[in-house]
Design a protein around this ligand. Structure first.
Ligand code: AP5
Length: 222
């Protein structure tokens, strides 16, 4: 059965880490608007050129640009079956547009998982993040270190730090999250779609909690 899900949480809460693991485990597709936008920036597409300044500053990219990259993928990119949206929606207008687009296909969201991590943990998580240039695998210098410093365990690729992972930008991203994205918790909770998991525990434990939430075996929920 197809399942349409969203993973929600502050920057650095572990959305990408968990979406990748859970999608691998359940055979779902992981669709990250941050990754789609970074690919567009790298490829120098018009959407990427427009998005870059907003991303570097830690601001939200205009909705129309995000709709372009995501819905092109979702509606024409052969995404069949189950998926998990990561980094989308990020404000009320995006949530409503998602509902409209799904309804036009006689579909609806099945579940929203919020990964909850206290703000005081966020800066350390993000400034310690390293990503593989080759395969995109995500590490953390302290919590999820590679076997050999600066080198990916999977493909020997070089690890780098995202441009928007500087502390000052992270603080702005967190403010944007609280102002524009966190209200979606109530939006989805009110519709009975939201499950909240404690993201302030080791990676494997969070994965277990997210998998439990998706299977209806919920330890902590709203
Ligand atoms: P995006 O790429 O979506 O970034 P984000 O939401 O800020 O989230 P992150 O990718 O920073 O963090 P994450 O929650 O995925 O954490 P991760 O798993 O990496 O967006 C970037 C930009 O693109 C935005 O600022 C905006 O400009 C634009 N954008 C994207 N979508 C948009 C939209 N819909 N509308 C408008 N603009 C949009 O983990 C973080 C670190 O912690 C890693 O190092 C990881 O190894 C480590 N870690 C993970 N879990 C744990 C754990 N349990 N314990 C210890 N360490 C952990």
């Amino acid at each position: 059965m197809s399942r349409r899900t969203v993973i929600l949480g502050a920057p650095g809460a572990g959305k990408g880490t968990q979406a990748q693991r859970v999608c691998e485990s359940l055979g779902m597709e992981h669709l990250s608007t941050g990754d789609l936008l970074r690919s567009a920036v790298k490829a120098g597409t018009p959407a990427g050129t427009e998005a870059k300044g907003f991303m570097d500053a830690g601001k939200l990219v205009p909705d129309e640009v995000v709709f372009g990259v995501l819905f092109e993928r979702l509606e024409t990119g052969n995404v069949a079956g189950s998926y998990m949206l990561d980094g989308f929606p990020r404000n009320r207008a995006q949530a409503e547009e998602l509902d409209r687009r799904l309804a036009a296909r006689s579909e609806a969201l099945d579940q929203v998982v919020e990964v909850n991590v206290p703000d005081e943990r966020i800066v350390g998580r993000i400034t310690g993040r390293r990503i593989c240039k080759g395969c995109g695998r995500n590490y953390h210098v302290e919590f999820v270190p590679p076997t050999k410093e600066g080198v990916c365990d999977d493909c020997d690729g070089e690890l780098y730090r995202r441009a928007d992972d500087e502390e000052a930008v992270v603080i702005d991203r967190l403010a944007v999250y609280h102002e524009q994205t966190a209200p979606l918790i109530e939006y989805y909770s009110g519709r009975g779609l939201l499950v909240t998991v404690d993201g302030d525990q080791p990676v494997d434990a969070v994965t277990g909690a997210v998998l439990g939430a998706l299977s209806g075996n919920v330890a902590e929920s709203n």
